[in-house]
Design a protein around this ligand. Structure first.
Ligand code: PLP
Length: 371
């Protein structure tokens, strides 16, 4: 089945007892056992499993072409489950441009427990030079946050698997509408569901999807159940609801991002536009090859430095000045300020999440703000 059909049907089942077309929300934390102590429904306690979470995990596994999914209370909790699943002393290779919250998580919470290097993962020589006997994981994020760097998933997987190293791909910016890392060889996919999956800037969540049911995956499940960083039934219900429109929402985000970046790339006040859908993007050919579409996120750098970037962001009327992404409303942020003192992001860079407003209104707003 095609992604539009999977998104609507894979996570939902009509309720047999009432005929309700939409699967009901089950808030109950506990489930009645049989007289023999068993539980034929498969549910005993909501931290271990809940019908709304099962529905969410079912649809997410199918959307990403994996065999199973585990939902978490945030994207960072999903990432943390991966890091917690590794043997202490494992070395991780991660990209130099990576969501700062997860990079900081590694540096703050896993210092002394795991080893890590943040490198230009697309550079084969650099990548090979950093592989050590204890390297157990290559973490990919593509397109990356906030520089929209594209990593060649197949190439990294080839190098990693030849040495028995696992590959996890953060697919948050792309979504399965634009990119299917498992089909390109990744072992696991990670998402912040807070973004396009939720799609309305009103819930926090994360997910891991696996290509294979193996010992590593069972350990992830144990971390989910015992660690308890699970999403509430209501958030799972909301996510299943939002995912039904993901493919159609993504078309709007992608279309608006493409047109906005084309407008910005010829604007005299703009120094550079970072979007994988522009032929000038340094990894355009890789993006064209591995992506089904280029996504709704982009960044652009202003001539005139930080002061000009801050002037423009404050002159916008329709774009909302806020972090995060993937909602229906267009968001813009001065990324270096959000990332804090250790940022490597250029100070003249603004990051944009293209929303679903009419493109003419978005371009008019940018036009007036750029002046
Ligand atoms: N990965 C990426 C690419 C992100 O942009 C984010 C959040 O912005 C995360 C992971 C973390 O997700 P969450 O904020 O849901 O914990």
């Amino acid at each position: 089945m095609k992604i539009e059909t999977i998104a609507i049907h894979a996570g939902n089942h009509t309720d047999k007892s009432t005929g309700a077309v939409v699967q009901p929300l089950v808030q109950s934390t506990t489930f009645e056992r049989n007289k023999d102590g068993g539980f034929t429904s498969g549910y005993s306690y909501s931290r271990a499993a809940n019908p709304n979470r099962t529905a969410l995990e079912t649809v997410l596994a199918k959307l990403e072409q994996g065999v199973d999914a585990a939902a978490f209370s945030s994207g960072n909790a999903a990432g943390m489950a991966v890091f917690q699943s590794l043997q202490p002393g494992t070395h991780i290779i991660a990209p130099d441009d990576m969501y700062h919250g997860l990079r900081n998580q590694l540096k703050t919470l896993f210092a002394g427990i795991l080893e890590f290097d943040f490198i230009d993962i697309n550079n084969q020589e650099v990548l090979n030079a950093h592989i050590k006997p204890n390297t157990g994981l290559m973490w990919i994020e593509t397109p990356s946050n906030p520089l929209l760097k594209v990593t060649d998933i197949k190439k990294v997987v080839g190098i990693a698997h030849a040495k028995g190293i696992k590959v996890v791909c953060d697919n948050t910016f792309a979504t399965p509408v634009c990119q299917l890392p498992i089909l390109l060889g990744a072992d696991m996919v990670m998402h912040s569901s807070t973004k396009y999956f939720g799609g309305h800037s009103d819930l926090t969540g994360g997910v891991l999807i696996t290509a294979e049911d193996n010992d590593w995956w069972r350990k992830i499940h144990t971390i989910q159940e015992m660690g308890g960083a699970i999403p509430s039934p209501f958030d799972c219900y909301m996510l299943v609801r939002s995912l039904k429109t993901l493919p159609y929402r993504m078309r709007g985000h992608i279309n608006n991002a493409q047109l906005l970046t084309e407008f910005l790339s010829v604007h005299p006040k703009v120094e550079q536009v970072l979007y994988p859908g522009l032929p000038l993007h340094p990894q355009y050919e890789i993006a064209k090859d591995q992506m089904l579409a280029f996504g709704g996120m982009f960044s652009f750098c202003l001539k005139g430095g930080e002061a000009e970037a801050k002037r423009v962001i404050n002159a916008l009327k329709l774009f909302t000045r806020a972090t995060s992404l993937g909602g229906v409303e267009s968001l813009i942020e001065h990324r270096a300020s959000v990332e804090g003192p250790d940022t490597k992001t250029p100070f003249n860079l603004l990051r944009v999440s293209a929303g679903l407003e009419h493109i003419d209104d978005l371009i008019d707003d940018l036009q007036q703000a750029l002046g």
